[in-house]
Design a protein around this ligand. Structure first.
Ligand code: SKM
Length: 279
């Protein structure tokens, strides 16, 4: 019997999650269907309830719904609780169990696929929304030296810093403070602002000898930040495609108890997105 899965968010038409999960299903011989469902803040709960009524077994949640998803879970994993955000839902009785595989996905991509050692890195994270919340606890656990959170709305940066509860290492700052903050070894763009092609002014003084610049998005959306990283000679410029595949493998494991191999799926997606960007 084929189990039902979906990804919720907006905009969702270009999500690669259906393609990734179909590939994992072929690889593991597990029968499933996985569709993309357009949903915003106003209608997410309604769409999710309809999905559950139709036998929905599990779902991913993306922008801008990760915090709303957290709020409607009947229980959550430890990592979702720390993030206050959920990207993976699993049907649990009459409710949903929430998990978050974003942080582990990013960590795997950076350390295993890209060979980065995160320990001791002075880190800047742009953004304090659902994506930022998912990855911040993992970066701290991976041994980064300090985490500066900078967000257009300073209140959100403060709230995330409070949630993380590590005041010696975590600092919320304003965009205007960037020129005074010195060099960073890791700069993570976790904002969605650059999807609209808008990049805040990022001073060159942030770039040091081994700065790795990482955008959590991929394809067109990652172009402005990665172009800035290359123009300013960052040591590494990494997009979010590898993280996307790894977080999907994490969700797949939560739902099916099997961890799929990600290398071939990543190679397929890389060719696919490169062809779209250069088209
Ligand atoms: O966290 C992931 C989410 O699970 C799926 C997704 C997508 O389909 O684009 C992106 C990320 O937010």
């Amino acid at each position: 019997m084929s189990r039902h899965f979906a990804v919720f968010g907006t905009p969702i038409a270009h999500s690669l999650s259906p393609r990734i999960h179909a590939a994992f299903a072929r690889q593991t011989g597990i029968a499933l269907d996985y569709v993309a469902i357009e949903a915003g803040h106003d209608d997410f709960a309604m769409h999710l309830a309809a999905f559950a009524d139709n036998g929905g077994h599990g779902a991913n949640v993306t922008l801008p719904l990760k915090e709303s998803a957290f709020a409607l879970c009947s229980n959550t994993s430890e990592r979702a609780l720390r993030a206050g955000a959920v990207n993976t839902l699993l049907r649990d009785g009459d409710g949903w169990r929430g998990d978050n595989t974003d942080g582990a996905g990013l960590l795997r991509d950076l350390t295993q696929r890209n060979g980065l050692d995160l320990r001791g890195r002075r880190t800047l994270m742009l953004g304090a929304g659902g994506a930022a919340r998912g990855i911040a606890p993992t970066l701290l656990d991976a041994g980064i030296d300090a985490l500066y959170i900078v967000n257009r709305t300073a209140q959100n940066a403060d709230a995330l810093a409070d949630l993380l509860g590590d005041p010696k290492r975590v600092h919320a700052r304003y965009l205007d403070d960037l020129p005074a903050l010195g060099e960073f070894d890791l700069i993570v763009n976790a904002t969605s602002a650059t999807r609209g092609g808008e990049l805040p002014h990022l001073p060159m003084s942030m770039v040091g000898r081994r700065t790795a610049a990482v955008d959590l998005s991929y394809g067109e959306a990652a172009i402005p930040f990665l172009a800035w990283a290359r123009a300013n000679r960052c040591h590494d410029a990494i997009d979010g495609l590898g993280m996307l595949v790894e977080q999907a493998a994490g969700s797949f494991e939560v739902w099916h108890g099997v961890r799929p191999d990600t290398d071939l799926v990543y190679a397929d997606l890389r060719a696919h997105t490169d062809s779209l960007v250069t088209a």
